[in-house]
Ligand binder design. Structure first.
Ligand SMILES: Cc1cc2nc3c(=O)[nH]c(=O)nc-3n(C[C@H](O)[C@H](O)[C@H](O)COP(=O)(O)OP(=O)(O)OC[C@H]3O[C@@H](n4cnc5c(N)ncnc54)[C@H](O)[C@@H]3O)c2cc1C
Length: 456
């Protein structure tokens, strides 16, 4: 009897969506290649804790290769994806090409500055470990610089922190900054009192946590104010520089600005040639495939889709559920069965502001204060993907709870965006390179050779 060819599923991105899809495809009849430019899966919901010195980078990340090592049908490649060629059913990575039968695009979002890319160097966003270490360095350096300053105005600029964006990340960052200044560093300096630090949270919309019900966002606002944070709603940032933030006619002098305001889809979505929303997300079909490309699926943050008249949120739950669903539809197709439409199940949302301060919505139940905070801690701890991370985070949190200290206070000089440097020749024995090419741009111009295929 002839053995049926295995379908090759290429997954781009090892975040919540890509990783879940890969795990769900641990079945006969398919072989999987997961490509990510980082070597690690990142638990983004706790990234702000790395940025504010509460956790170390390995606590919120785990090697993708390790997470999938038991899955024999899955190969992990660390490589940056440059292009998707849907006509040829292949992707270009670091100058090689990888053919697919099915493609699952899960490369997520990146920070975006509403057309003001210049702001990026003054106001780092928070998407990668590199970003978090950069933010942590800026925060800790600001306090060190304040200790060195003689002039009160210059010192004031170092001890004024501006967070732009009043969503969960902005609220969490502002709350953590207030705790660092008011507790963690309170006695560490001799020439100024860290408790005089100003933390300003700026939100262009009428309220913080706008995705939450109004009562919870009002509660969060009050909690932020109780921590000494200046909350500025309805305030649109018009310019950002190395030592200022401008809000129309008003200028705030500050040396530390953090960006939690906007995101845009990974540029790979533009290669699919299908309709996108303003943030570059793909309007997917009911089964999560791309219009007229049934072999291409889009999952996680990259999905543009409405359900019951409301857009689906860019949250970890959507990434997990859509990754699992796309994998299931791939399997159904391989078996020649009808695909199923995707329905998102909202399991609730929560955000923390500081110790004993959080808000949570579970269906029609709204919680705030101590109970919501413990709920937030428990859910986030249990959601970490590896046992090692759960244990490490539990120990760090217990230590911080009793001492108010943050242990990860090393100031590191780090590159903003660590790019993968892996070449296929070092990827491992499972990869065979057919030929060498001089250029990595995958050009198909006359005379140019096609990029070599990776056989995985
Ligand atoms: C700071 C922060 C806090 C958050 N807090 C919460 C929260 O509390 N609760 C919640 O539900 N959600 C939260 N989210 C949102 C949640 O993390 C995302 O919805 C989720 O991570 C999306 O998963 P994803 O797999 O679609 O994308 P991602 O997790 O972003 O993964 C994308 C992957 O693709 C890889 N990649 C990107 N481009 C390329 C390329 N060209 N080549 C190769 N690889 C590439 C990246 O390295 C990454 O590993 C938060 C997000 C952030 C940034």
């Amino acid at each position: 009897m002839l053995k049926r060819e295995e379908a090759h599923v290429v997954i781009l991105g090892g975040g919540f969506a890509g990783l879940t899809a890969a795990r769900a495809l641990n079945v006969p009849g398919v072989r999987v290649t997961l490509v990510d430019r980082s070597n690690h899966h990142l638990f983004q919901p706790l990234l702000y804790q790395v940025a504010t010195a509460a956790l170390a980078a390995p606590d919120v990340s785990a090697p993708i290769r390790k997470l999938l090592w038991r899955q024999d049908n899955c190969t992990v490649l660390m490589a940056g994806v440059q292009r998707i060629e849907v006509e040829k059913r292949r992707v270009l990575l670091d100058g090689r090409h990888l053919d697919y039968d099915y493609l699952i695009l899960a490369t997520g979002m990146r920070s975006a500055y509403f057309g003001h890319d210049r702001w990026a160097s003054h106001a780092p966003g928070l998407k990668t470990i590199g970003d978090a270490l950069d933010v942590r360095r800026r925060i800790l350096r600001a306090f060190e610089a304040a200790e060195l300053e003689i002039g009160p105005e210059a010192r004031r600029a170092w001890t004024t922190f501006v967070v732009i964006g009043g969503g969960p990340t902005g609220v969490e960052l502002a709350g953590a900054l207030a705790e660092i200044a008011g507790r963690t560093l309170a006695r560490d300096f001799r020439h100024f009192d860290p408790r005089t630090t100003r933390v300003i949270l700026i939100e262009a919309g009428p309220r913080v946590l706008s995705a939450f019900p109004e009562d919870l966002s009002a509660k969060a606002h009050r909690e932020l104010v109780s921590l000494g944070i200046e909350v500025r709603t309805g305030a649109a940032v018009t310019d950002v520089g190395p030592d200022f933030v401008e809000l129309g006619d008003e200028t705030i002098v500050t040396r530390t600005v953090l960006w939690a305001a906007g995101v845009h889809a990974s540029p790979l979505t533009t290669h699919l040639g299908v309709p996108m929303d303003r943030a570059g997300r793909i309007w997917v079909e009911e089964d999560l495939s791309v219009p007229d490309r049934p072999e291409v699926f889009v999952v996680g943050d990259l999905i543009a889709k409405t359900q019951n008249g409301r857009p689906l949120p860019g949250v970890a739950q959507l990434a997990v559920q859509s990754g699992r669903h796309a994998a299931r539809n791939v399997m159904l197709s391989v078996l020649g069965q009808t695909r199923e439409p995707f329905r998102y199940v909202d399991k609730g949302s929560m955000a923390t502001i500081g110790r004993h301060k959080a808000v949570a919505q579970l269906g029609r139940f709204h919680f705030s204060g101590v109970f919501a905070w413990w709920l937030w801690l428990t859910v986030h701890l249990l959601s970490l993907v590896s046992f090692r991370s759960r244990l490490a985070v539990l120990i760090e949190w217990a230590f911080a709870y009793f001492t108010w200290q943050r242990r990860s206070r090393v100031i590191l000089e780090v590159p903003r965006e660590p790019e993968a440097q892996a070449r296929p020749s070092v990827i491992g024995a499972a990869v065979r390179i057919e030929e060498e090419v001089p250029h990595a741009n995958g050009s198909s111009a006359p005379g140019a050779r096609s990029p070599p295929a990776l056989h995985v």
